[in-house]
Write a protein that binds this ligand. Structure first.
Ligand SMILES: Nc1ncnc2c1ncn2[C@@H]1O[C@H](COP(=O)(O)OP(=O)(O)OP(=O)(O)O)[C@@H](O)[C@H]1O
Length: 344
């Protein structure tokens, strides 16, 4: 019952910044409909850091891109979905309004710093341009000064001189810092970071985690998309575990590590290089359903070592787990489901 007190405090001290309800995002391809995000609901409070975790293909990036309405063709957010920022319906916004919200209100840190930066433009000019596009700052000189101070804030030494360098003159870790500076440049209320430490060495990863923790605050919330639960442990307050586009489990960070409920979460913990600390690293046998073919019942049941007969028939609902979190697993629900299966 460790989380109830925390949740009560959380409810009183914070307000919802982002409210995602029943988000469904489908890719309507010629080979059938791929449901990338299937009825996902969650909130992010002002200044909160939340981790969205799962293996490749779980729907993490599409969830983030849906919030920004940047899902590529033939992706469609279905009509029952709702995404609200500070109470405003983002799905009712025009493309021009969304363009202004991107960067100004919600900033995206993409997966790959090298391909996200323009190799032919200086680092400083790219940060200034982000502010210019979003109408931030009064004049070019202000924007330039702010870019230099942001570069210094994210730990670029000798920022005034490094302003005029090209991306190729920065290391991988420095390029990631630049993307963080760009995300911060227009003072967004939410930053969505997609795998922010992938491809960095271990000590640089630790520095980027510390930086992300330092730059998020009461004014800036963070949604981290990652397959790495170790990153979540170091950085986030709450976790949402996705599997095949559905929410497997939600919890505060302590709950996920001390008492994971969903068998998929338990498997992910055994697969995290940071958490296993030199013990044998496991992989989860089998693979996530791909394309339009989805198993009946629980999406994870074909790979689940704890699966029961009814797991192949009944789709588990996401229900309170009794510890302040929520879990979608028949092992953690009462007899109601078994009765449903037994009925003719
Ligand atoms: N353009 C597309 N057309 C068809 N299916 C797509 C498209 N983009 C994504 N998908 C499908 O959506 C699902 C979720 O993809 P998503 O990129 O969100 O996964 P992820 O959890 O972020 O994985 P990764 O860690 O590999 O980025 C996958 O099954 C993927 O194949």
């Amino acid at each position: 019952m460790h989380t109830n007190k925390w949740n009560a405090l959380h409810a009183f001290s914070r307000m919802a910044l982002l409210e995602v309800e029943n988000l469904c995002t489908e890719f309507r391809t010629k080979d059938g409909t791929v449901t990338a995000v299937d009825d996902v609901s969650f909130t992010i409070d002002k200044g909160e850091r939340i981790g969205v975790v799962g293996e490749s293909g779980a729907g993490k990036s599409v969830t983030g891109l849906s919030i920004l309405q940047l899902v590529e063709y033939p992706g469609v957010i279905t009509d029952d979905s709702s995404i609200r920022l500070n109470g405003e319906d983002l799905l009712a916004k025009s493309e021009d309004e969304m363009a202004s919200i991107r960067g100004n209100e919600i900033a995206w840190i993409p997966q790959d710093p090298l391909s996200s930066l323009n190799p032919t433009s200086t680092i400083g000019e790219q940060i200034v341009e982000t502010m210019r596009i979003h109408g931030y700052g009064d004049d070019e000189n202000d924007r330039r000064q702010r870019a230099i101070s942001l570069l210094a804030d994210v730990g670029i030494p000798d920022a005034a001189n490094r302003f005029d360098d090209y991306p190729s003159e920065y290391s991988g870790g420095m390029r990631q810092r630049v993307l963080i500076a760009m995300a911060l440049s227009c003072e967004p209320s939410l930053i969505i970071a997609d795998e922010p430490t992938t491809a960095l060495d271990v000590s640089t990863q630790a520095q980027i985690v510390n930086l992300l923790r330092d730059v998020t605050s009461n004014d800036t919330a963070l949604m981290v998309i990652t397959h790495e639960l170790g990153l979540v442990a170091e950085l986030c307050e709450r976790v949402m575990v996705l599997y095949a586009g559905t929410v497997a489990e939600k919890s505060d960070v302590a709950g996920i590590f001390d008492d994971p409920k969903h068998p998929y979460t338990k498997n992910l913990l055994k697969c995290s290089p940071h958490l296993t600390m030199g013990e044998e690293l496991n992989t989860i046998p089998g693979s996530m359903p791909v394309g339009s073919e989805r198993p009946s019942g629980c999406q994870f049941h074909p790979r689940c070592s704890e699966a029961m007969e009814e797991c192949s028939v009944v789709e588990p609902e996401l229900l309170p787990d009794g510890d302040g979190g929520e879990v979608a697993c028949l092992l953690h629900t009462d007899q109601e489901y078994n009765m449903k299966v037994d009925q003719p």
